[in-house]
Write a protein that binds this ligand. Structure first.
Ligand code: NAD
Length: 370
């Protein structure tokens, strides 16, 4: 089990200053000093694999606290109540969670359910007047994503997408280097995301619930990564699909897609997402004056990387612990993260995904306007 002490030990092993934590303190300083400022009180919706990981990691967060749950399974609610000391009045199911609007002890809901459910659930949370953190992909197409952004605007609540890599120290060091011009003019990005998926009956293999296949689940890392690594928005995509097992990967559930993105400054990206290739989790960025590589790039860690200057040795952190603290600072203090995580960011990725699926169908270059 992940404990606060483990987390601090990992952090203090590396006294590195990163200018992205609440109030611009270093990671080490923030996690080693007592904190008595405002705390974001969060309810998790969807107590599955990733919800459990976030709940565990949040035990080490200082600005975010798990205080409530929303689940369709009463036995899970009971387990979480005893594990995390969650009071009965902060427990909801999928039918009654609109009542959360009357609960002054919950500030935000973190939606961690199958992709296709996010749209309706986020809109309901917004209507209940609570801030929303929504897992990636935020929806199954850009139109739905845009509706979620508008619903949150109308309700005057914040909408953030669970892009945990946007707070990961190795990733941010490369973004810093690129912004500082240390890589020179950016010319190429490669993003590879793949693993062999198991059980064909899981929701990830059901188009109705997943919205697609590997692209929706992990291709989004390469798409999103290409944007913050290159530092521009793509203007075109091309894409090709390969399906070796149509029995397992039904119509609309992509097994493997290779795709290319073109950027206004002339850089190109070459990416791949697959549910049938293992050990594929690598980012590579190159420019006229240098390069950066992350391998693994987006797993739960440790993330490893190197650049033309040598190995990266940023602190190894529990991604979701730092993510929740940063998101609390964004929601409570209006903090601007180095790489945005708002709903509009999520919609941009969905526009690219829509264009990739269109390019697979048309076999042509699809233009993009983000
Ligand atoms: P999971 O299958 O482990 O959990 C899904 C949860 O949703 C379960 O508790 C399930 O009971 C509940 N649920 C509610 N309605 C459901 C329905 N109609 N059908 C099926 N399940 C239903 O999945 P997960 O891995 O926790 O993924 C949930 C979300 O989190 C997805 O959007 C996924 O993309 C995202 N995720 C993000 C990361 C990340 O690193 N950011 C990692 C894993 C998953």
């Amino acid at each position: 089990m992940h404990s606060r002490r483990d987390f601090l030990q990992k952090l203090t092993a590396s006294a590195i200053t990163l200018p992205f934590l609440p109030n611009s303190t270093s990671l080490e300083e923030f996690y080693s000093k007592p904190y008595d400022g405002p705390v974001l009180r969060v309810a998790i919706m969807g107590l599955g694999g990733y919800g459990s990981r976030v709940a565990e990691a949040m035990q080490s967060s200082k600005m975010a606290k798990l205080v409530g749950v929303i689940s369709g399974t009463p036995s899970k609610i009971k387990d979480w109540q005893s594990k995390y000391k969650i009071p009965e009045k902060n427990c909801y199911n999928y039918e009654n969670f609109d009542q959360i609007k009357n609960n002054a002890d919950i500030d935000a809901v973190y939606v961690i359910t199958p992709n296709a459910l996010h749209h309706n659930q986020v809109i309901r949370v917004a209507k209940a007047g609570k801030h929303v953190i929504c897992e990636k992909p935020m929806a199954i197409n850009a139109k739905e994503g845009q509706e979620m952004v508008e619903a949150c605007k109308k309700a005057n609540v914040k909408l953030l997408v669970g892009y945990r890599m946007h707070f990961e120290p190795h990733t941010l060091e490369i973004v810093r280097m690129r912004k500082a011009g240390e890589l020179g003019k950016i010319t190429f990005f490669q993003g590879l995301s793949g693993f062999k998926i198991g059980d064909p009956s899981q929701w990830r293999m059901n188009k109705q619930l997943a919205g697609g296949g590997a692209m929706m689940d992990i291709g989004i890392y390469a798409i999103n990564g290409s944007r913050y690594m290159v530092g521009e928005e793509p203007i075109w995509v091309t894409a090709q699909e390969t399906k070796t097992d149509p029995q397992k990967f039904k119509e609309g559930v992509d097994e493997t897609i290779t795709f290319q993105l073109g950027f206004p400054g002339g850089a190109v990206a070459s990416c791949l997402s697959s549910y049938n290739i293992n050990n594929l989790d690598r980012f590579f960025l190159t420019g006229d004056n240098g390069f950066a590589e992350l391998f693994p790039a987006t797993g739960y860690g440790p993330i490893k990387g190197r650049t033309h200057k040598g190995e990266l040795n940023q602190p190894i952190v529990t991604h979701q612990t730092v993510q929740m603290d940063e998101m609390a600072a964004i929601i409570l203090q209006g903090k601007q993260p180095m790489v945005p995580v708002d709903g509009e960011e999520g919609v941009k990725d969905l526009k690219i995904i829509d264009a990739i699926y269109a390019a697979v169908k048309s076999g042509k270059k699809e233009n993009l306007k983000l």
